[in-house]
Design a binder for this molecule. Structure first.
Ligand SMILES: [Zn+2]
Length: 334
């Protein structure tokens, strides 16, 4: 329950000014680099009653014990309901969408929490993650709390999309930008936690080590290989692939297609593939029959689409249309 080693300088900076921490921090940085761990370590350090040093929790006191059990009375974690109920399946599509939000009802419980006196006469901490999951009403309700900051209360907002937060919220928080680890730091950490395909996993994750770790399972790699091989088959069969992949996660498939089209376009320009280094030879071969610029344009469309992808009405139809577009592009020069 600590922050990751690559975030030590950022944590040390907070330690240096621990006696004048602002009441609202916006912890931001790329997805999958350990922002939540950082916020959690900070909350734990603030609540610990026998810290080893400033903001460094002991792990043994009553407060640490409660915190680790998820039951510290002066701590609140606000996150979308969907993140709390992993494994619950019986909900409609609308429910699922709703549950991806942090609701106004969740924020409205805060004043009660904030206004009763602290159970342990220490600070009160609220983590909101991901902060961009607050809908407009929730954000407005939070704003009231941020405008009249209660004594000894800290709001830790965690986000990888700060631009999606209302400017009024951003301006009331002090921003704590967390850096990506270097490639070397990530590779050595991934090896340490026993990830097998470290280089490919990290490339696929765009350099984010925690995302790379999530990918490390046989089923994931097998499906990806099957998908990429189908994309590089000649002739490419768009409808056949859409049928084969009909039950897979569309976000995952579009993510793969998005990275693949990026690599194809880069290889067309004689640049090394960024995401799929293990398919370098196949990409090289494919690039001889493709126009790089057109592929790059398609890639950008997929990126734009990915930002809004949630639960499309007809995923199968959408996949088919993407694959048909791709088929046109790879047939271009033939
Ligand atoms: Zn402690």
């Amino acid at each position: 329950m600590s922050f990751y080693s690559w975030h030590k300088p950022a944590f040390d900076e907070l330690v240096r000014r621990a006696d004048r921490l602002p009441h609202a921090l916006l912890i931001r940085g790329a997805s999958g680099i350990g922002k939540r761990a950082f916020a959690t370590a900070l909350a734990r350090g603030l609540l610990c009653e026998k810290p080893l040093s400033t903001l460094v929790a002991c792990g043994h006191c009553v407060a640490c014990h409660w915190f680790d059990e998820g039951s510290h009375p002066d701590f609140r974690l606000l996150q979308p309901e969907a993140d709390q109920e992993v494994g619950e399946e019986e909900s409609s599509e609308t429910d699922k969408k709703k549950k991806k939000d942090i609701s106004v009802a969740q924020i409205r419980q805060l004043p009660h929490f904030i206004n009763i006196s602290s159970h342990r006469s220490g600070p009160k901490i609220i983590i909101i993650q991901p902060a961009e999951a607050m809908n407009v009403n929730a954000a407005n309700a939070l704003l009231k709390n941020l405008e009249e900051p209660p004594e000894n209360t800290f709001f830790l907002l965690v986000t990888h999309r700060p631009q999606m937060l209302a400017a009024t919220i951003r301006s009331r928080c002090q921003q704590i930008p967390l850096p990506m680890p270097t490639k070397e730091e990530s590779l050595s950490w991934l090896e340490g936690v026993g990830v097998k395909n470290v280089a490919v996993a990290l490339a696929q994750a765009g350099g984010a080590p925690l995302l790379a770790q999530e990918m490390d399972n046989e089923a994931h790699w097998a499906l990806r290989a099957q998908f990429l091989q189908a994309l590089s088959a000649s002739p490419f069969d768009p409808l056949g692939l859409a049928e084969k992949m009909a039950n897979e996660s569309i976000a995952q498939l579009v993510g793969w297609l998005q990275r693949w089209t990026y690599d194809v376009s880069q290889v067309c320009f004689s640049i090394e593939p960024r995401y799929n280094p293990d398919f370098k030879e196949i990409l090289n071969k494919l690039s001889t029959s493709v126009r790089g610029l057109e592929m790059l344009r398609f890639h950008r469309e997929l990126v734009r689409f990915q930002r809004v992808i949630n639960h499309p009405l007809n995923p199968r139809l959408l996949l088919e249309s993407f694959f048909l577009r791709y088929a046109q592009l790879v047939r271009k020069k033939n």
